[in-house]
Each structure stands twice: as structure tokens, then as C-alpha cells.
Design a protein around this ligand. Structure first.
Ligand code: UDX
Length: 435
């Protein structure tokens, strides 16, 4: 069993809340900290402030066994913890591509005067390379970096059974502290990469840049397929059999969104430019551009299906979140497309199994429907933008009875197009032939 440590997790968003609950789950005493009183109150009562499969169970279990507590006091956290995980957000700065580091800086500065002797501060937030060494000068404790690779929708699983653990440290004792924290994962054979903080910071942005590049690569191929009558889904499957390429992250569609990939590739470009290395990651500009072009393409396919203009048309949008099994709408391609269509004069009704409340708060001008079929009532075109499994189960025959026009854009290449066509629908998909 794990040797108990007293840990704090500062910042209880997706990353921090899941990390806190999972650290308690493996046996540590954990104090979760956030400035958001409502969020802390919810977590302390066992209510998850976001949708994440499996998280409510882990949260409740560890509140009940007493290993997990929450507070809004950074001073209390400093007095309690031997190890402090910094999990606050590093959003894109408004009007710039740079990462906004004010929350990370505030946590480190807030902890500094209260830390216990020998405490270790461990950054998990995604930051520009060089951040750890800059912050180390402001604190009388070792500062390590331990990037997090969890995916929303699989956050608990990814935290308890990670692909690898990467720690950037400046002393063997800090590495040992982290080995003790992650002892159950190490015992399970998880690869352990111990390195310097700069490398650890870079591992994270390099990984996300690679993933974004992979998606934009296949979406670039989709553009070529569209012009030549070829099928990108078959192409992806065929190249994916080569294990050097691999079949994961090759789903062509409306592209990547969310709170990580888009802002991380932009922040990386910004940081590289600061270092005089703009050229090294200039390709990420293309990755971003290809990704955004796919949104325009989804809009134009829908426009074409309604006869060239959205004015006075009704459009059903299936999906609001940036991916299924999440309620996260940050930089969601689905909502970008919905808003672009609305801006051209259509009435847009959006359905999403989990994301409606978040979407409505940010985009009150769109219409929302509590059911997928209901959203499609009277629609001139249905646009499928987030591949929730329930959309695969929609019956195109039944849906045909409620729509105004049997027209579908599958912007995620996840529906059974043959079944829709057999039910009389005119179908367009990104990167696929017309019939
Ligand atoms: C990502 C990384 O996967 C994770 O390791 C990192 O810690 C945070 O960023 P996440 O944002 O949760 O995780 O989502 P992910 O599942 O990676 O999907 C990102 C976006 O890419 C989604 O919008 C998804 O729809 C899109 N995507 C993914 C594709 O368009 N095609 C694919 O083949 C895969």
C-alpha cells in the first residue's frame, strides 16, 4: 500500500478536481483548494461541478472515507501539505496567443510565505517552457513540473492508469517524493520519465502539438479527398495500419477544439517566437488554419444543401460540446459552426446531451432543444457536429417524418451514411464522396 503523503491540489477545475480525488483514491490525504467558493462548496458536498464519467463516484467515496477535503484558503493549504500540485488554468490571453500565467503566478506567490520546511511545489498546469525556472526564483522551496495528459471523458481512468508519468525535477529528493506519491502507478509498471523542468514543460506542449498536427494532417487529406472524389475515412484506415503511423487520432471531421489543443499550439508558437525560434514551429500556424477551415467547410456544405442561402432557413445542430462525453464547450467547433450559420440568417436549434447549460450561458442567441429529434423538427438541414453515441442511434426513417427537408451534413464522419441515404436523405460529409 501507498505511504501516505499530505497533498494539496490547488485549482479544482477538470484537471485539479480529478487529480485531487484520484490522489485520495490511491491512499493520500488530500486538500483541494480553489478561490471559487461555489465550486469548493459543491465539491465538499460531493457534487461534481462538471460532467465527467466516473468522477462523482470517486469524489463521494473519498469524501466519505475522510481522505479528501476542500478549502478556499491557500494559507491553510500551505500549512497542511508536504506536496502542492498547482493545477490552475493557463488560458489564452485575450487579444494575444500567449498563455495567461497570472493564476499560476498568484498560487506560487500565495503559497511562498506559508510553506512548511521541505515542502515541494509541483506544477501540473500547461505552461510555456521556462516557467518553472522563472518561478523557482520566487519561492524558497523546490519547484518541480509534472505535466498532465488526461483526456476529458476519460479523466479518472487516465489519472489512475496513465500512459506515462513525466517529472521535471532539480534534485533526487524531489524525484523520490514524487515516486512515493505515484507508488501505485509505478508498481503497476507505468513508464517513469525523470528529467529537468524545462523538458517536462516541453513534453506537454510537444505532445499536444503532435496530436493537433495529426488531426490537421488528416483534415488536410480530407480537403484533397473532397476535390477528387476520394474517401478520407478509407484513406485514414489504410494508412493507420502502418504501426509507425497508427490508427488513433486520424478521425477527419470538423477538427479539434476544447480547452487544450487550440490554445496550447498558439501559446507554443508565441513562446517559440519569444525565443527567436518562430520558424521551428511555423507549421503550427498551418495546423491551426487547416483546423479552422474545416468549420467553414461544414457551414458551406450545409448552405449548399439549403439551396445557397441560410436566410429564413431552420437548421438543426446536433452537438454543442467540443467532443462527446464532456460538457465542455470551450472553443467548440460545433458552436462555432452553429453561430456562423445563425449569423447568415438561419434559425439554429442546438441539441446536446450534456452541454446545453454551458452553451446557453455563452451563446444565448441560439435556440436549444432538450431532445435530438425535437431539435430536428421543421429543419431544412441537420448538421451533426459532435459524435455523441446517441446520434448514431437516431433512426433516419423516423427523423425524415419531422424535418422540413431530408438533408444531412455529417461533420464528424460518425453516422451510417448508407442508412441515411437509403431513407431518402441527401447527405454530405467532410472528406467523403457525395454518394
Ligand atoms: C487533449 C489531449 O488528448 C490530452 O492528452 C491533453 O492532456 C489535453 O488535450 P482533450 O482536450 O480532452 O485532451 O480531448 P481529445 O480527446 O484529445 O480531443 C481533442 C479534440 O480533437 C476534440 O475536439 C476532438 O473532437 C478532436 N479530434 C480528436 C478529432 O477531430 N479527430 C481525432 O481523430 C481525435
Amino acid at each position: 500500500e501507498v505511504e501516505k503523503s499530505s497533498l494539496t491540489v490547488i485549482g479544482t477545475g477538470y484537471l485539479g478536481a480529478v487529480h485531487a480525488a484520484c490522489m485520495a483514491e490511491i491512499g493520500h490525504e488530500v486538500l483541494g483548494v480553489d478561490v471559487d467558493e461555489a465550486k469548493i462548496a459543491a465539491l465538499a458536498e460531493g457534487r461534481a461541478p462538471f460532467f465527467e464519467p466516473g468522477f462523482p463516484e470517486v469524489l463521494k467515496r473519498n469524501l466519505e472515507n475522510g481522505r479528501l477535503r476542500f478549502t478556499t484558503s491557500l494559507a491553510e493549504a500551505a500549512a497542511f501539505g508536504d506536496v502542492h500540485f498547482v493545477c490552475v488554468g493557463t488560458p489564452q490571453q485575450p487579444g494575444s496567443h500567449a498563455a495567461d500565467l497570472r493564476y499560476v503566478d498568484a498560487v506560487v506567490d500565495g503559497l511562498a510565505p506559508h510553506l512548511r520546511p521541505g515542502a515541494l511545489v509541483v506544477g501540473k498546469s500547461t505552461v510555456p517552457v521556462g516557467t518553472a525556472s522563472r518561478l523557482a526564483e520566487r519561492i524558497d522551496a523546490e519547484l518541480a513540473w509534472n505535466p498532465e495528459f488526461l483526456r476529458e471523458g476519460f479523466a479518472v481512468e487516465d489519472t489512475l492508469r496513465p500512459d506515462r508519468l513525466v517529472v521535471g525535477v532539480t534534485s533526487p529528493s524531489a524525484e523520490q517524493v514524487l515516486r512515493d506519491v505515484y507508488a501505485p502507478m509505478l508498481a503497476a509498471g507505468t513508464p517513469w520519465v525523470s528529467t529537468d523542468p524545462a523538458t517536462a514543460e516541453l513534453v506537454k506542449v510537444a505532445a499536444n502539438s503532435f496530436l493537433a498536427t495529426k488531426i490537421s494532417f488528416i483534415n488536410a487529406m480530407a480537403e484533397i479527398c473532397e476535390a477528387t472524389g476520394a474517401d478520407v475515412t478509407t484513406l485514414a484506415a489504410a494508412i493507420g495500419y502502418d504501426v509507425r503511423i497508427g490508427d488513433k487520432f486520424l478521425r477527419a471531421g470538423v477538427g479539434f477544439g476544447g480547452g487544450c489543443l487550440p490554445k496550447d499550439i498558439r501559446a507554443f508558437r508565441h513562446r517559440a517566437a519569444e525565443l527567436g525560434l518562430e520558424e521551428s514551429v511555423r507549421f503550427l500556424h498551418e495546423v491551426d488554419a487547416i483546423n479552422l477551415r474545416r468549420r467553414d467547410r461544414a457551414v458551406s456544405l450545409a448552405r449548399e444543401l439549403v439551396g445557397g442561402s441560410f436566410a429564413g432557413r431552420s437548421v438543426a445542430v446536433l452537438g454543442a460540446t467540443f467532443k462527446p462525453d464532456s460538457d465542455d464547450i470551450r472553443d467548440s467547433p460545433a458552436l462555432a459552426v452553429a453561430n456562423a450559420i445563425r449569423a447568415e440568417g438561419a434559425r439554429v436549434t442546438v441539441h446536446d446531451p450534456q452541454g446545453i447549460d454551458n452553451a446557453r450561458a455563452v451563446h444565448p442567441d441560439l435556440d436549444y432543444s432538450p431532445g435530438a429529434q425535437k431539435a430536428c423538427e421543421g429543419a431544412h438541414v441537420v448538421v451533426h457536429l459532435t459524435e455523441w453515441s446517441e446520434y448514431r442511434d437516431l433512426d433516419p426513417v423516423k427523423l425524415a417524418e419531422v424535418v422540413h427537408g431530408r438533408a444531412l451534413v455529417d461533420a464528424r464522419n460518425a453516422l451510417d451514411l448508407a442508412a441515411w441515404r437509403a431513407a431518402g436523405w441527401e447527405v454530405r460529409a467532410l472528406g467523403r464522396p457525395r454518394a
